[in-house]
Design a binder for this molecule. Structure first.
Ligand code: HEM
Length: 403
């Protein structure tokens, strides 16, 4: 087997768009990833994506950001504000667990911190299963743990959520409720289109478990990285403090710059389904592997200029290029959560009052509005269990609010 590594922006982008290359990162993680959207190719992938994409329509992203999410955010933030301090990593996971559960279609009937924590523990296990390829633990042991977590998830969360949605679908068929009264989530669209989607109970369980883990860690980590980069930037550029507290468009640009420099998945792997010629003698065939270095591509000086490797929220991004680089992927597997998390790209005439900023920018903006700052007595700690440069703990202070 030959492995070809690609690290420049243009070739990585072209490879992601090449339909003769299929997903290859998740073979080890089959326990959670086999047959889920990200693992599919060709017609099967197209059919499933077209069903699930209905949840991510633009009007709903906007509605979710402006109407639904602020309430989740307020509830999650309240105890941190009352304490006047907290850990950004904990906060990030709590808030994004709710976000992805809303989109996947998993109800949390009690809405207590304990319930969120129990769902989060299961989702962390799913994530460990999905990224088994990079695990340093005994893979069979991890697989057994993931199977066990799937069973608990099924009983405690999935089956009650399925029952509620099937009931709603029956009510709709009987004319007792309107289309708009249905929950708007992946589980509902899959149950409603069961004849087309044709998922076995096990596959449905994996699909929903995949959604829960696909969104939560990436969003939580992106939020912490974005604030860390902002603190560092402001320490060197105090002149930007005013804009940081008054201009949400500037804050969104800061978030995009962070997303570019710290992609949640630093690499994508692909496998050819037929011979593919990358030029310069690099021909790959079935059984070979193509490693796409998203992290390096996002720092390509040919696209983002000589300072591509450093953080600069004032960067002028060339027309037609993404301010967040290839962090959300491109092509058939483009992240379905991209606009939800990253928001819409800014244009010259973007109206700050009506813009969709994305959940990460909204989280960062809200925390800045509450005076978030590093806790001088408790420095952040890096997560040594991963090479992805994430934070294990990031203590911050906030303006204390009486409850
Ligand atoms: C900062 C946050 C996020 C980042 C950086 C991110 C990144 C990515 C990337 C790079 C891919 C493509 C992987 C590949 O081509 O092999 C992807 C796919 C996907 N992401 Fe995200 N993601 C984020 C948040 C989310 C959220 C919040 C959701 C759901 C609510 C989500 C759902 C998905 C799904 C369903 C796919 C598979 C799409 C397909 O295969 O057609 N992501 N994501």
């Amino acid at each position: 087997m030959k492995t070809v590594e690609i690290a420049n922006y243009r070739d990585v982008r072209a490879a992601l768009l090449n339909r003769n290359l299929k997903q290859a990162l998740y073979d080890d993680g089959a326990v959670i990833m086999q047959g889920v959207l990200l693992d599919l190719h060709g017609k099967e992938h197209r059919d499933r994506r077209s069903i699930e994409h209905r949840v991510f329509r633009r009007d709903f992203m906007r509605y979710y950001e402006k109407e639904l999410f602020p309430k989740v955010l307020e509830e999650t933030l309240a105890p941190f504000l009352a304490a006047g301090s907290g850990d950004l990593v904990t906060f990030g996971y709590q808030v994004t667990m709710n976000l992805t559960a809303d989109f996947a279609g998993i109800d949390r009937p009690y809405k207590t911190p304990e319930e969120t924590a129990s769902l989060l523990a299961l989702v962390k296990k799913f994530s460990e299963g999905a990224t088994l390829v990079h695990s340093t633990r005994d893979k069979d042991v991890v697989r057994a743990e993931v199977e066990e977590a799937l069973v608990v998830f099924d009983t405690e969360f999935l089956q009650p959520s399925i029952a509620r949605r099937q009931d709603a679908l029956q009510q709709l068929a009987a004319g007792n409720i309107e289309e708009d009264d249905l929950p708007r989530d992946i589980l509902t669209v899959l149950l409603r289109n069961q004849d087309q989607a044709d998922l076995s109970p096990d596959l449905l369980r994996r699909e929903i478990a995949f959604y829960l883990q696909a969104g939560s860690h990436s969003t939580a980590n992106a939020t912490v990285h974005a604030l860390d980069d902002i603190f560092t930037w402001l320490a060197a550029h105090p002149e930007d403090s005013k804009a940081m507290n008054a201009d949400p468009l500037f804050v969104q640009r800061c978030v995009h710059e962070s997303l570019r420099l710290r992609p949640a998945s630093p690499v994508a792997w692909r496998q050819p389904i037929c011979p593919v010629d990358f030029g310069a003698g690099d021909v790959v065939d079935k059984g070979d592997r193509v490693v796409l270095d998203l992290s390096a591509a996002n720092r390509d000086v040919a696209i983002y200029g000589p300072s591509a490797g450093t953080y600069d929220p004032h960067r002028v991004v060339p027309e037609g290029r993404e301010p967040y680089g290839l962090t959300f992927g491109v092509g058939v597997h483009t992240c379905l959560g991209r606009d939800l998390d990253g928001g819409m790209m800014q244009k010259g005439d973007t109206d700050a009052d009506n813009h969709q900023y994305g959940i990460v920018a909204l989280l960062v903006w809200t925390l800045l509005q509450h005076g978030v700052q590093l806790d001088p007595d408790n420095p952040p700690r890096e997560d040594r269990a991963t090479e992805r440069g994430n934070w294990a703990s990031y203590p911050v202070l906030l303006n204390k609010v009486k409850r």
